[in-house]
Design a protein around this ligand. Structure first.
Ligand code: NDP
Length: 279
């Protein structure tokens, strides 16, 4: 039978643990603080930012949200980042991507202090991950690892196939699986034999952004499948990269979309902010 790994349930558990840590920190006079900057009117970004704001409230963090107009200049944005980099109330700082086209996304990411980069997007943090030093780990990959472990599988020695090689999901999740002693293969748009690769996998992480592209005939029995994708199907319904219907009745683990990786991503952002405040 297909077993679903609920990211919503696991996120709830993790947030309870974070809440308890916040109470302890508050007793020492420290309140973890997260600042989020949103530029422009992107609909999806507005939802993500609201969810982050609500998560902060839920776990007892101090939060600041800056909703800036589309016409904000790059210099104005960089000045705000600089101010927040030096603000002691703020332990984590992020700019919701994408930014409007007239702003250089790279310049924005690089302006954030590595000490407050709770998204884990900066080269300093990704580099530390690569060489095995303590770092803010990017939130989505960190959530993926927790979901894999929740299935009960022992990652060590297993064959893991990551589909997608973005800097924010595919590459870091592959590094984390390697750190856990998996044998890791990374597939991407030029991979010639995706199905054969996937059929060997004990663990699959799908981070492509193509609705239902991974089907049951590409997954072996017993596999743990983490579906990172957020897509719309032909009826406009939210779906992942994995075709859940074709896995029904199979002896596998799967994270649902919605309710899988999404809630874990935000929860890992809270965890990173807590870690930053603890440092
Ligand atoms: P990117 O678009 O940056 O990367 C997609 C990757 O998929 C690329 O490496 C690309 O290969 C690869 N790819 C494209 N087509 C194929 C194919 N036919 N076969 C194999 N590989 C292919 O996306 P992200 O990594 O940013 O995000 C991936 C998905 O995850 C999206 O749906 C996004 O919305 C979702 N997401 C969800 C999050 C969550 O919290 N749940 C957080 C972040 C992302 P190449 O490099 O060769 O172009």
């Amino acid at each position: 039978m297909l077993k679903l790994i609920s990211g919503s349930d696991l996120a709830k558990k993790r947030r309870e643990e974070i809440k308890e840590e916040v109470v302890k920190l508050k007793a020492q006079g420290i309140i973890p603080g997260l600042a989020v900057i949103l530029v422009g009117e992107d609909q999806a970004s507005q939802v993500y930012v609201r969810n982050k704001e609500n998560a902060c409230k839920e776990v007892g963090f101090y939060s600041e949200v800056y909703r800036l107009p589309e016409a904000t200049s790059q210099d104005e944005l960089l000045a705000l980042i600089d101010k927040l980099n030096h603000d002691d109330k703020i332990h984590g700082l992020l700019v919701q991507l994408p930014v409007p086209a007239h702003i250089d996304e790279n310049a924005v990411i690089h302006a954030i202090s590595p000490r407050k980069d709770v998204d884990g997007f900066l080269p300093e943090n990704l580099g530390s991950l690569l060489i095995g030093e303590p770092a803010f780990e990017p939130c989505t990959p960190k959530g993926c690892l927790e979901l894999i472990k929740e299935s009960g599988i022992d990652i060590s020695g297993k064959k893991a196939v990551v589909v997608g090689r973005s800097n924010i999901v595919g590459k870091p999740v592959a590094m984390m699986l390697l750190r856990e002693n998996a044998t890791v293969t990374i597939c991407h748009s030029r991979t010639k034999n995706l199905k054969e690769e996937l059929l060997q996998a004990d663990i699959i992480v799908a981070a492509v952004g193509k609705a239902n592209m991974i089907t049951g005939d590409m997954v072996k029995d017993g596999a743990v499948v983490i579906d990172v994708g957020i897509n719309r199907d032909e009826n406009g319904k939210m779906c992942g990269d994995v075709d859940r219907a074709s896995l029904e009745g199979r002896d596998c683990y799967l994270t649902p979309v919605p309710g899988g990786v999404g809630p874990m991503t935000i929860t890992m952002l809270m965890k990173n902010t807590l870690e930053s405040a603890t440092r």
